[in-house]
Design a protein around this ligand. Structure first.
Ligand code: ADP
Ligand code: MG
Ligand code: ZN
Length: 483
């Protein structure tokens, strides 16, 4: 990704994160994804006249936990405000949010950007309710109608607003990865982007290096971190085009068209941003006394940065390994489970990084699929460490463990299929001679001064033994036979 030549980007992100509560923010309706439309609603979350909101204590505490995890100052007293706007998915005509006295302020998030470690300031992290969802049905059947589902109305959100501290799309991407990882670690949200439980709006402006900040535009409707990075880059180039032609940037909100890969104007700032905030009269200010904050702080699960450090300090892992293993909490749990099965840290780390993550990538699955199988995975790793089996057989056994529901142990499988590594020179010598006899061309290459040709012969021996030959022994035998 590249900035327009001669310009520097300035980026600030607003992330909406749904909190993992049983019920909604101000009513007892379930906070659950995927139910039939409009089945999880009541007069409060629909905003029927006369209905009264009551603050969900768990949501309040999770929002404090989010603030503490982000190193914010948590307000001793906070209040709610009405943010008024008309939108078809907001039946009340206003959203209960927080305006001038947000719950959390002035935090920071350490991130690992391509240019090195850096800190992004957190301006605020406040509590608010989610709106419903519009479903635009194109296609003939639906006749071009739009439908509205209010199930999401009133789901608790924390809006995390960053300072305009990022300068490249890569830094924005790294920030989002670090934030998601942190929110998952401290168990405030499942952060499932496909279900919309983590959503991001991007603010971007450009300037000549060292000049004051330029006018920003805001991009909404970004449903993946890659889309955020792409949209920022696209928008920066659009700004540069306008500025270089002598124009000026109008502050406005745009939407990202992921198919055309471009931003499209949604509304300009002048006509859309007078929300007429006023204090929510149906809710009293709430306090977060020091003892409550202390209790929440004491129960804060270990964040990723601390776990990464612990892996380096206590387990002696290279920082690179520790970083990969702790980026995703589920991966770190998998690593811990493998160690609990008796694998040394570096062995467990190698297995996760070089084998298991590759499987997940191929199959587009989460690390949880390995959990019921950790004992057998560890047994394969131990058999490989003990040189009972070859690398190739280890790979085959792993595929077997993943794809079968059988409970046969790894040791039994090795015995029943005769998968043990063959290191016995006597047993291998006949095969080696046969391979040499069958490959005169390669043998001639070798004898003609191309020592690397022996590798091809080792490959043949491995093939003949279905991957079970001890490659080192096979190689020694080949060298001996070849003279
Ligand atoms: P609004 O209520 O209009 O969304 P906020 O004060 O909440 O405004 O700011 C939104 C975001 O815009 C923040 O993340 C902030 O870092 C970012 N931002 C502010 N000024 C700029 C700028 N000049 N360029 C890029 N981002 C900016
Ligand atoms: Mg905003
Ligand atoms: Zn409700």
């Amino acid at each position: 990704m590249s900035a327009p030549a001669g310009w520097e980007m300035v980026i600030g992100l607003e992330v909406h994160c749904q909190l993992k509560t049983r019920t909604k923010l101000f009513c007892a309706c379930p906070n659950r994804y995927g139910a039939d439309p409009n089945t999880l609603v009541c007069p409060v979350c629909l905003g029927l006249p006369g209905a009264l909101p009551v603050l969900n204590r768990t949501a309040f505490e999770l929002a404090i936990r989010t603030g503490l995890a982000l190193g914010c100052e948590v307000a001793a007293e906070t209040k709610f405000d009405r943010k008024n706007y008309f939108y078809p998915d907001l039946s009340k005509g206003y959203q209960i949010s927080q305006f001038d006295r947000p719950l959390n302020r002035r935090g920071a998030l350490a991130i690992d950007a391509p240019g090195g470690k850096m800190t992004v300031g957190i301006t605020r992290a406040h509590l608010e309710e989610d709106a419903g969802k519009l479903i635009h049905a194109d296609g003939e059947e639906a006749g071009g109608f739009s439908f509205v589902d209010f199930n999401r109305c009133g789901v608790p959100l924390v809006e995390i607003v960053s300072e305009p501290d990022m300068r490249t799309p890569e830094e924005a991407y790294a920030y989002l990865m670090a934030l998601k990882s942190l929110l998952e670690y401290v168990e405030v949200s499942d952060c499932d982007m496909e279900k919309g439980s983590l959503r991001c709006d991007a603010n971007i402006s450009i300037r000549r290096p060292g000049a004051p900040f330029g006018t920003r535009t805001e991009i909404k409707n970004l449903n993946s971190f890659k889309a955020v990075a792409k949209a920022i880059e696209h928008e920066a180039h659009r700004h540069a085009g306008i500025l270089e032609a002598g124009g000026r940037i109008e502050q406005m909100t745009l939407t990202w068209d992921a198919v055309a890969e471009k931003t499209l104007p949604l509304r300009s700032k002048e006509d859309a941003h007078d929300y007429r905030y006023f204090p929510e009269p149906d809710l009293v200010p709430v306090t977060a006394p020091a003892d409550l904050q202390d209790r929440i702080r004491a129960a804060l699960p270990e964040p990723p940065a601390a776990r990464r450090e612990r892996y380096v300090r206590e387990l002696g892992l290279p920082p690179y390994d520790a970083g990969v293993l702790t980026a995703d909490k589920a991966v770190a749990e998998l690593f811990d489970r493998l160690r609990a099965e008796g694998l040394p840290p570096k062995v467990a780390s190698n297995w996760v990084m070089s084998r298991l993550l590759a499987v997940l990538n191929d199959r587009k699955l989460g690390p949880a699929i390995f959990l019921p199988k950790v004992t057998r995975i560890a047994d394969i790793a131990k058999a490989l460490e003990a040189k009972t089996i070859t690398n190739q057989v280890a790979g085959e056994l792993l595929a077997w463990v993943l794809d079968s529901v059988e409970t046969e142990t790894v040791a039994a499988r090795i015995a029943s299929l005769g998968l043990a590594q063959v290191s016995d020179a006597g047993a291998l010598e006949a095969i080696v001679r046969e391979v040499v006899a069958r490959n005169p061309k390669i043998v001639a290459d070798y004898r003609g001064g191309k020592p690397s040709a022996v590798q091809a012969l080792v490959g043949q021996v491995m093939k003949d033994t279905k991957g079970k030959a001890n490659a080192t022994v096979a190689r020694e035998l080949l060298l001996k036979v070849l003279g």
